[in-house]
Design a protein around this ligand. Structure first.
Ligand code: WAQ
Ligand code: MG
Length: 268
């Protein structure tokens, strides 16, 4: 395929507060349709109707594309968000993140990681050993961008996810983002839960541990959510990592496995 791809990005706000964002890589003949869907989404968002919507389109050079694979999806069913956060903590520790770093990240996400207790537009960068916060702007964070599924992977993925009751845009976008994140060598793991008040699932991910979906990571109605990227990277190489996450075009051409659901019983 030699067709030029375009980076299509959307960011929506209301009263200066972040509502939603989205990022795709699409050929020119799909731009109109994909941009329309992004605008519709910003106007119908559960966090509120957007007032200001920014859309940007930028061509990507085919030669600059890197290719990747989706992480394997594991579907962990927990009984409540408290149990989910315990499971997420143990998984991140097993992925090699220091417990203190996990606990700090969870505390920030639970309190709203942006100034004023709001959700950030992007992700926190957290030192995987010390738990120190490293991103330059604590309101914006780092926004992973310029990634997408190939058409073939998108077509294969839908029915596989549907078989597990997981064929929704949250799962597809989160898998896509996590695929790029875990491909960065200096990134140890990711923790995420949504800032949408009605979407209670989240995940942890790492290169070897895959995408570990957790059915509850927060309470219903909660609008504080976000992402933490646990990094093991010297401070002078941080800018290179951020640049790669934000700017490197990354196309996912291989699918991962979709494992059946696994039930976790609360030990109470
Ligand atoms: N780059 C970095 N951080 C981002 C990005 C991005 N491109 N997009 C969103 N975030 C951050 C930002 O702080 C948001 O507030 C937060 O993540 C949550 O974003 O398996 O829906 O789009 O069922 O609300 C995960 C579980 C759903 C999916 C995550 O996130 C599943 C979700 P949302
Ligand atoms: Mg959201």
């Amino acid at each position: 395929m030699t067709e030029t791809l375009n980076s299509l990005r959307m960011r929506a706000e209301r009263d200066g507060t972040h509502i939603s964002g989205a990022e795709r890589l699409v050929p020119i003949h799909q731009l109109e349709d994909a941009a329309l869907k992004m605008v519709q989404r910003a106007l119908q968002h559960p966090r509120g109707q957007a007032q200001q919507i920014n859309i940007s389109v930028e061509p990507i050079e085919r030669a600059a594309l890197q290719f990747g694979r989706l992480p394997d999806l594991h579907n962990n069913q927990v009984e409540c968000w408290q149990q989910g956060r315990e499971l997420a903590t143990e998984m991140l520790v097993a992925f090699g993140v220091a417990r203190v770093a996990v606990e700090r990240a969870m505390t920030y996400l639970a309190a709203g990681a942006a100034p004023g207790g709001l959700s950030m537009r992007g992700a926190m960068l957290i030192d995987a050993d010390s738990g120190e916060r490293l991103e330059a702007d604590p309101a914006r964070g780092v926004r992973v961008s310029r990634m997408d599924l190939s058409c073939a992977v998108r077509q294969q993925l839908g029915p596989l996810l549907a078989g597990q009751g997981l064929n929704n845009p949250h799962v597809i976008e989160a898998l896509t983002l996590a695929a790029k994140v875990v491909a960065a060598p200096t990134l140890a793991a990711e923790l995420c839960w949504s800032d949408d008040p009605d979407y209670l699932a989240g995940y942890v991910a790492s290169r070897n541990g895959g995408y570990q979906r957790i059915s509850f990571l927060k309470a219903a109605g909660e609008e504080r959510g976000g992402r933490a990227f646990f990094v093991r990277c010297s401070k002078d190489r941080l800018a290179t990592l951020v640049d790669w996450l934000e700017r490197q075009p990354f196309l996912i051409e291989r699918i991962g496995r979709i494992h059946p659901a696994r039930q976790w019983k609360a030990d109470r």
